[in-house]
Design a protein around this ligand. Sequence first.
Ligand code: MG
Length: 383
Amino acid sequence: MLARYACDPARSQGRRIAEPLSPPRTEYQRDRDRIVHSTAFRRLVYKTQVFVNHEGDLFRTRLTHSLEVAQLGRSIARALALNEDLVEAIALAHDLGHTPFGHAGQDALHECMQGHGGFEHNLQSLRVVDKLEQRYPRFDGLNLCLETREGILKRCSLPVAAALEAAEPGGVARRFKAQQQPSLEAQLVNLVDEVAYNAHDIDDGVRSGLLDMAQLDAMALFARHRNAALAEHPHLHALPRRLLAETLRRMLSAQVHDVIEATQAQLARHAPADADADAVRALPPLVCFGPAMREQSTQLKRFLFGALYRHPQVMATTQRARDVVQALFAAYIDAPGEMPAEQAASVAQRGRRVVADYIAGMTDRFAAREYHRLTGLPAFTPA
Ligand code: MG
């Protein structure tokens, strides 16, 4: 049973190219299936979240991150009677446009594309599902429903929105011009993305030895749940891995409950009696943390930024990753024949964007192998 303000596949704004329905699946279930079977989705398994793939087998990758976002999103969607299938589809696709080596790869490609439209991962995720996947006889991309595509395009600058709107009037970029919110399902995925990475980056940060307990104990949210876990299970003093897992589990569950309660309160406050999926777009963002949890989550985010993402060891790898991506870009521009025939043939017509798309699609280890093939040098010194 869906809430009145949930997205209903029967009232979807539909696909850019009309297709017959595919019962018994709903249209959002079908989008999820298309995403799961895409090439870009399989590549997420070898793409960096924070740690580059060769640094260890147990760290999160984009794939496990996306699965965690889908799990958290579906739990909350069920509680709020939002459309779980749409949440799952958006969550599984939200990072499809990420380059190899995480944000370092994106920054490097953005520099390489200066004066040529730049590079931005949210827009690239949309390009993947709209254009770059080639699996269907009659169209490029996956031809997803507008609601799924809108959730994937989480952010967009106004000039880019204007260009998208010109190409597709009333389409995926309309809300940026109209200064409206996306669906509640899209708002939810956006928020649980943060919930997921805050928790798993702590886990990976501790596992890697780059974060320690004393630092984490200064975080209100972490300290509260660690103390509660120890009070209930004193033997966890001697079992640090289990203590960390139990702390993170409690933190996740507290955040899930907080989002459910705070969002219910927002819905009660803002949503008129006849609210539907379109009416919520004109309202302020409704899927949210309560004020106290908002503050604690922001504190964690800031902490992770300084202590983990800017840790000298992580920075050394990301600086190296930038150099690798820029060297690859220069090598393919110099000699397009080093790319597969299809890309090599379209460089003359479509220019640097072909190279950016090709590199953005690479996994960490494929990019590292290509670097080695083209330069004779190792991309990274083995850990
Ligand atoms: Mg994400």
